[in-house]
Design a protein. Structure first.
Length: 646
């Protein structure tokens, strides 16, 4: 419903409405919430759709969705039966002075469509409560039903209809954690049979069937990915003689076409989700891990950016993108390429010899590109946490991933292709990152001044941040300070119009290089192909609802990120439950409004809610005692017992 409301706010073409959505559209049309002009449906100027905020004293604000306008005040008596979190269609109070206001016309759903509840027992009385708040949920179980289940049993709840959809397990079972984080956003691993049937119907690549594609099978492409990767989105080849980089990307759009069952599922998922022990792919594994994946020693369809570089200026002399066939010669992991750079890995055959020869030369180029890039963009050195769990889904260990030369090489190749893709259109899917607000920067500067930094405001944000990072390095707090800087930034998002990318320092940027795991990239591929083929029908389809699509995939990206981080938080909470009373080293990560710390011991990264009778400052190392672990809410409570002696 939320997606439909956003599209109606921006303008929805009749041909893009599903039969299920048309029922709502006709209902809204009859009530005059929306108008129809030609084949375009749009909200009447009197009406707005949004999410109801916190209700206090019978009033609330409506957070309008689909457009950047002020919240609407809903006054006393105008709420009806609406509650916080409801999706609302509101009638604006036009011609009234003061704060923009409205009254609730209709409740059309819940902003949070799905949630998770579990059974608790207090004073010998059982109840079904929300997992995170412990407030009763709309769906109810009878006294007999409550007694038939175990205390701690966990359920997925449909908030739109207030019904229990399924039992997920019991809160005491570590295996339930994955089901909990997926259920919150109605995510699922399995694909429907019709989707699987279509994915299985494609024949292996036969080059003879693609005479119009450029044949690049003679070029020694290779892929470089994590050792655990199964989906290989990108392959590279460097022609040193002609200073030309080839970035070959899996041609997903050849297989996933608009309006099909696979495309519908891909839109719904929008992103692959990566948990410590497995991935939940955007596309069926027959595509993501086989036919689309740029595996070695087999022909694959690719969408290739051929980029000629001027090595003196490090500017792109020319570039063009086209459909091709490649035959990757080798699949490397990052560790292997790093071992080669360190002189610890030698070529075993002529293919590897050729690849190593150009990889060595390419590294010189990408290192120079990075150096140039960081003169205007930022080098954030926050570390990515990696977690290992066992077959019983219990936490075993954590480590911090390091960016190595092999990561840097691939990153700058992909950044180059993404930049070139963004130059090809004026309206489409851009990856934008706006500059931080002055208020957020001032808060950042105050926090850093509190740990003894001298904040010198320079002529630009870039110069100021660079000076802060230099001080952080001298204090041994690179990662911690960079994490604070990142938190002060705006969140990167997808948008139909270009607004630049502040963090990277790019004038225009998009996502082109990962269509197996990001729907945004698939849309960019379709748009570029439509432009190349002068296909106004396909181009019109891609662009027709681009604003709503950009909003939707930005939201899906946040969902995927939340799932990944909350899963780890649940694993940390279970680990903490087994370590009550034990003491560990931690580092203070927040002092306002609440005291927080991150575990900095044999287990790293667990977020702790702290109490302390000892004065502490940001980034100070302390010894904490774990007092409580709330597995349901995935929270850990600890007390500072001493400071770490330097």
């Amino acid at each position: 419903m939320k997606s439909l409301l956003i599209r109606l706010t921006l303008g929805l073409h009749e041909q893009d409405i599903t039969p299920e959505e048309m029922v709502h559209v006709n209902n809204f049309l009859a009530k005059k919430y929306i108008t129809k002009h030609d084949s375009l449906y749009k909200f009447n100027s009197k009406y707005r759709a949004g999410t109801l905020g916190l209700v206090q004293n019978g009033t609330a604000y409506l957070h309008v969705i689909g457009e950047n306008v002020r919240d609407l005040f809903i006054g006393d008596g105008d709420l009806g039966t609406a509650k916080e979190g409801d999706l609302i269609i509101a009638s604006r109070n036009l011609g009234v002075r003061g704060t923009p206001s409205a009254r609730v016309a209709e409740i059309v759903g819940r902003a949070v469509s799905y949630s998770v509840a579990y059974i608790i027992e207090k004073d010998k009385h059982r109840s079904l409560v929300d997992l995170k708040t412990e407030f009763p949920v709309g769906a109810e179980l009878s006294k007999e039903q409550l007694e038939s289940y175990e205390v701690g049993d966990v359920f997925k709840v449909n908030n739109q209809e207030n019904i229990i959809m399924e039992k997920l397990g019991n809160i005491n079972d570590p295996l339930v954690d994955e089901k909990i984080v997926l259920a919150q956003f109605n995510k699922h691993d399995e694909f429907s049979q019709d989707v699987l049937d279509i994915a299985a119907s494609f024949a292996p690549v036969d080059a003879k069937k693609y005479p119009k594609r450029k044949d690049l099978r003679a070029l020694a492409f290779c892929t470089i990915d994590p050792v655990t990767a199964k989906d290989y989105d990108d392959a590279i080849y460097w022609d040193d003689k002609n200073t030309t980089l080839y970035v070959a990307i899996a041609d997903v759009s050849e297989y996933v076409t608009p309006f099909g069952a696979i495309d519908d599922e891909a839109i719904y998922r929008s992103f692959s989700i990566y948990l410590p022990h497995r991935s939940i792919p955007m596309l069926p594994r027959q595509l993501s891990e086989t036919l689309c994946s740029l595996q070695p020693h087999v022909d694959r369809l690719a969408y290739v950016f051929e980029i000629k570089l001027d090595l003196e200026s490090l500017e792109v002399a020319s570039s063009h993108v086209y459909e091709a066939i490649i035959h990757s010669q080798r699949r490397f992991n990052y560790e292997e390429i790093d071992a080669f750079f360190e002189g610890k890995l030698q070529a075993q055959n002529k293919e590897e010899k050729e690849i190593f020869a150009y990889i060595k030369k390419l590294r010189v180029v990408t290192d120079a590109l990075k150096e140039k890039r960081l003169k205007v963009g930022y080098n954030f050195r926050s570390s990515e946490l990696e977690m290992t769990i066992d077959e019983n889904s219990n936490l075993v260990s954590t480590s911090l991933a390091e960016e190595t030369p092999s990561h840097g090489l691939i990153e700058d190749c992909m950044l180059l292709a993404n930049k070139e893709a963004a130059k090809q259109f004026e309206r489409g899917i851009f990856r934008i990152h706006e500059p931080p607000s002055q208020a957020k920067l001032q808060n950042l500067y105050q926090e850093l001044a509190g740990i003894g930094m001298s904040i010198d405001i320079k002529n630009s944000i870039k110069e100021t941040i660079t000076d802060i990072q230099k001080q952080a390095t001298e204090m041994g707090l690179e990662s911690e300070v960079d994490t604070l800087i990142i938190r002060s930034q705006m969140q990167a998002r997808y948008a139909p119009l270009n607004a630049g990318h502040f963090g990277l320092g790019f004038e225009q940027y998009t996502h082109f290089t990962s269509p197996i795991r990001r729907y945004s990239d698939l849309i960019v591929h379709r748009l570029l192909k439509a432009i190349a083929n002068n296909d106004t029908v396909e181009g019109s389809y891609v662009l027709r609802n681009i604003e709503a699509l950009a909003m939707a995939i930005s939201e899906k990206e946040r969902e995927a990120s939340t799932i990944e981080s909350e899963f780890m938080a649940r694993k940390f909470a279970r680990w903490a439950a087994g370590n009550l009373g034990n003491e560990f080293k931690a580092r203070i990560s927040g002092t306002e409004p609440d005291l927080k710390a991150d575990l900095h011991d044999e287990i790293m990264g667990a977020r702790l809610a702290l109490s302390s009778a000892i004065p502490v400052i940001l980034f100070e190392d302390v010894i904490v005692r774990i007092d409580k672990a709330d597995i349901a809410k995935a929270k850990i409570f600890a007390t500072v017992v001493s400071k770490v002696e330097e």
